[in-house]
Write a new protein. Structure first.
Length: 200
């Protein structure tokens, strides 16, 4: 079992952690949809000992990598990684405090975005957070030429992939009872979006 290491995860984990420190409660259960290598789970669980982190991914290789990082670290607040098809209705926890996903919805069919938003509306505890990191279209357009080129390259690789529109995502979230609270500019032309489930 090999613990994968992605340079992009090494670069963005610090800035993302700063935002998590600001928004997460001291104690919470976080489900990560699309954990990739598992580096984020390791870094955030180590820095935030009151947070219980559940890494999930569709890829068996990713689940194995996240498992390897968990076993190497010995951290008690990382739960055993699980396989998850985020577009499906079969998720491993009935209720969570936070759903976090980084660099997933633009390299997945649109049904994955729909699934994450739908299940966040169903499974987040009252006041719970949906936090989505990555590049987005704003007013239907890429925010930089490099992101526009990235969007074209994604759609060239798979027509069902591509940057998602912030307004469309916000509207879909609102339909499930999730209100957008923040659009946080991040390095490398990315954003971290924060949605909150109503307290009712």
């Amino acid at each position: 079992m090999t613990a994968l290491r992605y340079p992009s995860a090494e670069r963005n984990r610090g800035p993302i952690l700063e935002v998590l420190r600001e928004w997460l409660p001291e104690e919470a259960v976080v489900l990560e949809a699309g954990c990739g290598s598992g580096q984020h789970a390791l870094h955030f669980a180590e820095a935030l000992p009151g947070i219980t982190w559940l890494p999930c991914d569709l890829s068996d290789e990713a689940v194995a990598s996240a498992t390897a990082w968990r076993e190497q670290s010995g951290l008690p607040n990382i739960l055993p990684p699980q396989r998850l098809d985020a577009a499906s209705e079969r998720w491993p926890l009935e209720q969570v405090d936070v759903i976090y996903s980084a660099n997933v919805i633009h390299i997945s069919p649109i049904e994955v975005m729909h699934g994450i938003v739908r299940e966040a509306g169903r499974r987040l505890s009252p006041g719970g957070l949906l936090m989505l990191y990555g590049p987005y279209l704003v007013d239907g357009k890429a925010t930089t030429e490099s992101n526009a080129a990235f969007d074209r390259s994604l759609q060239g690789r798979n027509p069902s992939w591509g940057l998602r529109d912030l307004d469309d995502l916000t509207a879909r979230a609102a339909d499930t009872g999730l209100l957008r609270e923040a659009v946080i500019a991040m390095p490398a032309n990315n954003f971290l979006l924060v949605f909150r489930r109503s307290q009712l």
